[in-house]
Write a protein that binds this ligand. Sequence first.
Ligand code: AR6
Length: 181
Amino acid sequence: MSSLKFEIRDITQVSYDAIVNAANKSLLGGGGVDGAIHRAAGPQLLEECKTLNGCETGEAKITKGYNLPSKYVIHTVGPVYSGAVDDKRMLENCYRNSLLVAKENDLHRVAFSAISTGVYGYPLPEAAIVALTTVSNWLADNDDYDMDILLTCFDNRVYDSYSDYVENYHGSNDYLNKLKY
Ligand code: AR6
């Protein structure tokens, strides 16, 4: 049985099979959640990232978690928000490809950061809609695979955007409907 939830959490403290990092194309670290994950994981994470030859926007690559409580880090590169129609497709790809990589590696508990909602400037609540609809649809489409998903919110801004979407949701996705109670 799969599950979906969102919580105010520091993703570097989460003990899951994998955490999803909001990285940049170089995969060589940066600020925001990327910097926090590299600091908490230790220098071996950067050494492994150097072997990956970067990552395209919307794609995802996996490394070990090293000193993190979670076993693996899935690095994905969100779109730099530009207002183009492609932004949404790229952000959806981040969530879908991260879950695909998790499934390929037989991982069943995955925690996401709110990809692109910081430095990359993707506006809330649009990013919240993409995160919630993409992961809940993925769970429904992969009902033969148990997956527990945590969407971490580092601040109230992100948390409130997720809450607003869920409260006003009137569709048929069970994972979103369960979040109402
Ligand atoms: N735990 C959970 N979420 C966090 C944490 C944390 N410890 N720290 C920040 N956030 P950002 P982006 C939230 O800017 O917009 C980096 O330099 C934060 O509040 O980290 O995808 C990369 O190297 C926000 O909601 O990622 C890239 O160059 C969310 O994580 C660039 O930033 C994402 O904010 C990527 O920008």
